[in-house]
Design a protein around this ligand. Structure first.
Ligand SMILES: *[C@@H]1O[C@H](CO)[C@@H](O)[C@H](O)[C@H]1NC(C)=O
Length: 297
């Protein structure tokens, strides 16, 4: 039974123990006593975690905007044209009991103001998140990192190198002894909490915002401000709080990150950081145990 063999081999590998423990059990707060926490892995510092989050925001361009439906007091107030108002009436049909219920929807963003770390959104004013926000809802933006779209551990290539798969690089220094869990459950994601503000015209020009956004999202040409279908506007998501879920709790930080760090991260720091799945990424503990293992060979 191939699966059983695999499980037995994994169980025999010290660093694989996190694979056997459901991630939820590893989400304990990081202990103050360093002897108590898993010595196999370097847990990124707060600053390192914040740089990782800024790098994810820089490399990705899709997030989930979360808002809550408010009570239907004055739903028309932000609709600027009769066209928009008619459209919302015709298609929405929102059940009344949805007031207070959160809704998360995929949204494009771009990292166009790296000096402050505030992501840029192109808000279509009849879109649900912006209508909810205008009606008084709070707002958050969830972003995640998923470099290779895999839902399973690739045991064949990294744990059990197959000589026939010559396209894989079997350089010992690059390969990992066990498959690093790069499935979505193990990968970083975070939630930005804050407020929206329209980006003033002078900042649009100085930071070349439309060009930056279009580079990330060429199809947004269709709903750039001034289009004749919908009213749209560049918005700045002003980040005030950051909740970071770095991955499995024995090797990643999970918790709130300081906004002062978020705002002060430099472009150089973002460029020098690497993320799980990127070249250069190595959990420090893996690297150290590998070095020890090599010496013993
Ligand atoms: C928005 O969040 C704040 C806490 O940050 C809370 O005090 C306030 O009641 C929330 N507003 C709504 C409309 O839920």
């Amino acid at each position: 039974m191939k699966l059983l063999t695999t499980a037995a081999l994994l169980a025999a590998t010290a660093s694989a123990k996190s694979l056997r423990v459901p991630p939820i059990l590893l989400q304990e707060p990081i202990p103050n006593d360093p002897t108590q926490h898993n010595a196999d892995h370097h847990i990124p510092t707060i600053r390192e975690s914040t740089i990782m989050a800024r790098r994810i925001m820089h490399l990705s361009s899709l997030g989930t905007l979360v808002t809550t439906f408010t009570h239907l007091s004055n739903p028309q107030s932000i609709l600027t044209s009769d066209n928009d108002a008619d459209e919302v009436h015709t298609y929405e049909n929102r059940p009344e009991e949805m007031a207070g219920s959160p809704i998360g929807l995929m949204e494009y963003y771009a990292d166009c103001e790296p000096a402050t770390g505030n992501p840029t959104l192109l808000a279509i004013n009849i879109a649900t998140p912006y209508r909810n926000y205008a009606a008084g809802s709070n707002i958050s933006l969830q972003i995640r990192w998923w470099p290779t779209q895999s839902n399973s551990y690739d045991l064949s290539t990294s744990a059990f190198p197959n000589p026939e798969m010559s396209e894989y690089d079997h350089n010992d220094d690059e390969d990992e002894d066990i498959p690093t869990p790069h499935t979505p459950a193990a990968l970083p994601r975070f939630s930005l909490h804050g407020r929206l503000e329209p980006i003033p015209v002078k900042d649009l020009a100085v930071n070349l915002i439309p060009a930056c956004f279009m580079r990330a999202h060429p199809d947004s040409l269709l709903w750039q401000p001034g289009n004749d279908i919908h009213t749209s506007e560049y918005m700045r998501f002003v980040v005030e709080h950051i909740y970071w879920f770095g991955g499995f709790g024995d090797r990643a930080r999970i918790g709130w990150l300081p906004v002062e760090d978020w705002r002060s991260i430099t472009r150089e720091e973002v460029e020098a950081m690497s993320l799980p799945g990127e070249k250069g990424w190595r959990e420090r503990g893996d690297r150290e145990s590998k070095r020890v293992g090599k010496g013993a060979r």
